[in-house]
Design a protein around this ligand. Sequence first.
Ligand code: NAD
Length: 286
Amino acid sequence: MAQIVKGADVAAKLRENIKERLEALRAKGRDAKLSVLSVGDDPANASYERGIIKVFTTLGIAYEKVVLEGNCTQAEFDKKFTEINEDPSVTGILVFRPLPKPLSVEFAARTIDPDKDIDCMGYYNQASTAMGSKDCFYPCTAEAVLKFIEFEEIDLAFKNVVVIGRSTVVGRPLVSMLISRNATVTCCHTKTADITDRISNADIVVTAAGSRGLLKGDMMKNAKKDCFCIDVGINMREDGQGICGDIEFESVEPLAGKITTVPGGVGSVTSTLLAEHVVRGAELKL
Ligand code: NAD
């Protein structure tokens, strides 16, 4: 039976540190504030937003949401983005993406203040992540995976990690971050011939595909016995009642050493890291 590594435990440890830093900031007359820029009303953002509000309310960090009409022009979007980017009270900016077509995030990615770029949307932090920097803002979800590994005190040197997914927001940055921490990384995607073969001898498998039931027990037969399976995926359950991850929990759990769940795993750590980044943004402005 695998050990279930709970997002709540990882997030609780992070929260203690955030609270201390927030107090230190306030003692110096500074504060932290997140600004979320949303275009239209995409229901896909609703559950992420609920998680953010919960974390920010618990920690007592200011949060504002700026909403533009779904049919706004590129000039209107860029102007509003610039206002937020130049607002000295804002210490972190999150743009809900993807933007509705034909809007582009290009201008925002080029001009965002790197110290406010708390989810690695801008080119500076994206390039820094890809170059192996340990001192920039990583995408929160990819960093959340690292926090689970750190929480379990796993040294990545000489470890084989398989990442399933190669998106620019999760899979790719995670690969760079893992390599920078000495892991030996294999990245799988929809055009990988035999994922089961790639998983053989894996110490850690991260699923970030958005494909329900992608990782099944029979694919784990040659993975190491203490393999840590970390599920980033968020999918609707087959019965439509709630969410599930990419891992078929019932068949994988008996074969894994450690495992995360969906819900209750990576998601809660992601929103807590967003708060940590907003506080760090304020510290950078000191
Ligand atoms: P994406 O659609 O941009 O990328 C998915 C990647 O997975 C692609 O590279 C694709 O090649 C690969 N893939 C898809 N199906 C596959 C399959 N059957 N076999 C092998 N590879 C496959 O998605 P994304 O934005 O990277 O998000 C991935 C998942 O993570 C989604 O379910 C998303 O909802 C979830 N997510 C979770 C959080 C969180 O906080 N927990 C945050 C962001 C995204």
